[in-house]
Design a binder for this molecule. Sequence first.
Ligand code: 9MG
Length: 282
Amino acid sequence: MIFRAARFRFEFPRPTLMMGIVNVTPDSFSDGGQFLEADRAVEHGLQMVAEGADIIDVGGESTRPGAEMISEAEELRRILPVIEALAGRAQVPISIDSQKPTVAREALRAGASIINDIAANRAGTEMWELAAETGAGYVLMHMQGTPQTMHLAPKYDDVVAEVDAFFEDRLGRAESCGVSREQVVLDPGIGFGKTVQHNLQLLAGLLRFRIRQRPLLLGVSRKSFIGKLVGGEVHDRVPGSIACSVWAVLNGAQLIRTHDVAATVRAVRMIEEIQRVSERDA
Ligand code: 9MG
């Protein structure tokens, strides 16, 4: 399996790709002013690359449940200097985490190579047309509702089957807009319009998505369902996040999105060593 993202190309099987998270939001970096905010985000991204990140995901708008949307101008003000600097200084692909096609387009112009699209459930085709035109990598994520509504009443008869049907449908639609399958990574969108039980069912059912023959990305990092299950504030959720990431790798995920690159890389590399010997000696 191949994943193409502009000038980057990844071939699987290979060690799990680590996507490090850089949030350029006022609540993630102190309000030390526009330049300080961007500088700190760039340093944070470079630090993650030094720790083993293969991709850096830059986002300027919070996607937490109930978070308010910000204007395009404000989102661009936050992300563009960070993407420009990281694309110039890091040797890894930069991904833009945005729901807005116009923001994604400017981010690609500034040097990003992947669109992380949490809103692949929207009706419009603009984001796929952009991916087709630019050859950018495309993370196709499942979400029920929007970040403003998704936590209110998530409902599924069979969450794994419904997410898989969504993947099949959206892969077809993206392809009919000119996006090659090799550009696409699938993501079940843990926490996006899902209850704690839905998240657990998706984790338990990850192998089902192998049928789509595309790399699978999983993002569980510090999410609230971990705190609800095993307790703890955001920073106490790291062990639970790593446990879920290891589980995901053992169950077919090829990319992990994480705030905690150094610890997650070590845990996943350890598992990969065991897997290698287990497959060799089977
Ligand atoms: C932006 N963002 C927050 N959580 C995410 C997840 O699980 N996957 C992807 N692709 N993006 C996410």
